[in-house]
Design a protein around this ligand. Structure first.
Ligand code: HEC
Length: 214
């Protein structure tokens, strides 16, 4: 579109010096060429093709909506959530006392990584509830080493991460389901770390502590 217009401008300027009548006719002719050459009309037809914009009104359906609601019971591929323990953290209506999958070293490392990213700003690296955000004035959460929380079921941690708790927001959007369990498992490890004795350390690893102590 730009190039024909520039040429048009040039020709017009030159013609302005000649006779005015001639100028008018030629201009109209040239505008016609410019429009036809640019393909404007073809683009416009495709642009205006019959279709609904999102949430546009429709007279075709009784409820007036062009965006149709999902049919009851529709499940997106890979989104079937029929595992109650895994997705709700509950078993028979109670907070689950077990994890939905085996807790391996990989799961704990994943939980540690996710915990350090999402939870330490408030709960701190050891879980005592004195993270940087708390030091800046946010409400201090109960330490994970508090007896009540040590006695809480894994499903309780899953539920709090999923739904939030008091002033703590939900982390469901940032932390996917399996990661929530991995974090819960890592909090268990943190709790154990603050209440462990030398007897909890495998014989083969104890030498490390003894050399470290010296
Ligand atoms: C923005 C700060 C903040 C972050 C980040 C945060 N929490 Fe919290 N959390 C709190 C506060 C504050 C409370 C106490 C809320 C209250 O009592 O109103 C709390 C409470 C809890 C409780 C319940 C404790 C109880 O007393 O029963 C658990 C469990 C918990 N958080 C786990 C987590 C986990 C796991 C993460 C990371 C996924 C996390 N929180 C991230 C601030 C935070």
């Amino acid at each position: 579109m730009r190039l024909p217009l520039m040429i048009l401008g040039g020709i017009r300027r030159r013609m302005a010096r000649r006779n005015n009548q001639m100028h008018k006719y030629l201009s109209i002719l040239l505008i016609g060429f410019a429009l036809a050459g640019s393909g404007c009309e073809i683009r416009k037809a495709m642009y205006d093709q019959p279709k609904y914009e999102p949430l546009q009104k429709s007279d075709f359906f009784a409820d007036g909506r062009s965006s149709r609601p999902l049919i009851d019971g529709t499940v997106a591929r890979g989104e079937l959530r029929d595992d109650e323990l895994l997705y709700t953290g509950k078993e028979n209506g109670e907070e689950a006392k077990r994890f939905p999958f085996p807790i391996t070293k990989e799961v704990l490392l994943r939980g540690q990584e996710r915990y350090n990213i999402y939870c330490t700003p408030c709960h701190d690296y050891a879980g005592t509830g004195r993270g940087m955000v708390v030091q800046r004035g946010f409400k201090q959460p109960t330490s994970f080493h508090d007896q009540r929380l040590r006695d809480s079921a894994p499903g309780y941690y899953f539920t709090v991460i999923t739904g939030g708790f008091g002033q703590m927001p939900s982390y469901a959007d940032q932390v996917p389901v399996k990661d929530r369990w991995a974090i819960a498992a890592y909090i268990r490890a943190l709790q154990l770390s603050q209440h462990a004795t030398v007897d909890d350390v495998p014989e083969s690893e104890r030498a490390q502590f003894e050399t470290a102590a010296k």
